[in-house]
Design a protein around this ligand. Structure first.
Ligand SMILES: Cc1cc2nc3c(=O)[nH]c(=O)nc-3n(C[C@H](O)[C@H](O)[C@H](O)COP(=O)(O)O)c2cc1C
Length: 359
């Protein structure tokens, strides 16, 4: 029997959040179609300026805002009644404006990680109906956020995403030397976060497991281990509706387990990616002598010391199909991709039709 998922005021029939994937890997098309099919669709806010019709090359922050408003509008054209949210990374320079733009554009949820979203309820105070969902990788981080939100804003998270640094794609909330050591226990963390809110605050908020969920078996394991739902990223990349160029999806289809590894992002966090071209990604910016073009991150090794590479442009190039010098983020399961399916097919595999009829 399938139980749906309710976060704040919003309910969906299936306990699946499609993880926000920047830059423009989860834009309006993917988020809209996931919402249409009964999951929660998430637009990644990071770097939307670079694909926005309003970007002149000089107005990064204004175009970022306009890009997000446009993506939200187009996602709701696909799924007018769907539950659509925005992923906002704490690490970006214009975090406050992006959060406000997400609310103004009609996001029903804000999911926020890559740093601790300590001030999120303050930024959304005029939009109390927007559900707030921090991403953490430890019980301690969830505690810190809850204490601060309660004290400063008299609010608690509407749900928490627990992201597994050993499997998830993109930026990871753990020190690189700790990743893959076997010390992290994803489902102990999920249950620990759930218990913390029950015991300390007497609330039963949904706790969502993110990282390494590929198929029905993984989903069932997560639910059996105490998660109320899952957040899936990598699996949704290899769908027709994913907003990335076909070459990006092909890179997943062609990769093997050994091609997937960790890189150090200029944001100071490790990230999981296809590592084969990372030297070319770095060399490109050095060869062209590119300086930080827009200051998109609060703290950035490239902005401050020309170290590593400009990540927003590297991710943007990958999204456009440049597999030589584009940075291809992926989760540890990318090697399992063997075909491009539709979002509907993914949902039918996760929740077979026969089982739905029995509800
Ligand atoms: C290509 C890619 C880009 C991502 N970008 C972001 C992002 O911008 N912000 C974020 O919070 N998480 C990001 N993630 C993490 C996903 O939202 C999700 O939590 C994670 O990938 C789940 O693990 P899975 O890929 O094994 O399903 C990204 C993941 C991928 C694969």
């Amino acid at each position: 029997m399938i139980e749906g998922l309710t976060i704040g005021r919003y309910s969906v029939p299936f306990p699946v959040i499609q993880g926000g994937m920047g830059v423009r890997i989860s834009g309006h098309r993917l988020a809209g179609h996931v919402a249409l099919n009964g999951g929660i669709g998430i637009i990644a806010a990071a770097g939307l300026a670079l694909g926005s019709r309003s970007f002149t090359g000089k107005n990064y922050f204004a175009a970022d805002r306009q890009g997000l408003l446009d993506e939200l509008r187009m996602a709701y054209e696909i799924a007018p009644d769907g539950v659509i949210g925005v992923n906002c990374m704490v690490a970006v320079s214009n975090y406050d404006e992006v959060v406000r733009a997400a609310c103004e554009g009609g996001a029903k949820l804000i999911i926020s990680g890559a740093g601790l979203p300590m001030n999120l309820p303050g930024l959304t105070a005029d939009f109390p109906e927007v559900a707030l969902v921090p991403i953490v990788s430890s019980i301690k981080a969830a505690e810190l956020i809850a204490r601060k939100w309660h004290k400063a804003f008299n609010r608690l998270p509407d749900a928490v995403v627990v992201e597994d640094p050993d499997t998830a794609g993109g930026h990871l909330g753990e020190k690189p030397e700790m990743i893959g050591t076997g010390q992290y226990d994803q489902y102990a963390t999920v249950r620990g976060v759930k218990n913390y809110f029950k015991e300390k605050w007497n609330v039963a908020i949904p706790v969502i497991a993110a990282g390494g969920v590929w198929d029905r078996q993984d989903l069932q394991l997560a639910l059996a281990q105490g998660a109320d739902g899952v957040q899936m990223g990598t699996r949704f990349v290899v769908t027709e509706e994913c907003d990335a160029n076909d070459a990006f999806k092909q890179a997943y289809l062609n990769c093997s387990q050994e091609d997937i590894g960790l890189i150090m992002s200029p944001a100071g966090l490790p990230g999981r990616a296809l590592t084969g071209n990372v030297e070319q990604v770095r060399q490109r910016d050095l060869d062209l002598g590119i300086r930080c073009p827009s200051g998109c991150l609060k703290k950035c090794a490239y902005k401050e010391g020309q170290e590593r590479f400009c990540i927003v442009h590297a991710l943007d190039r990958a999204q456009r199909g440049d597999m030589e010098t584009g940075l291809i983020f992926c989760g540890s399961n990318a090697w399992k991709a063997d075909r491009i399916s539709t979002v509907k097919e993914v949902f039918e595999e996760l929740f077979p039709l026969a089982e739905r009829d029995a509800i």
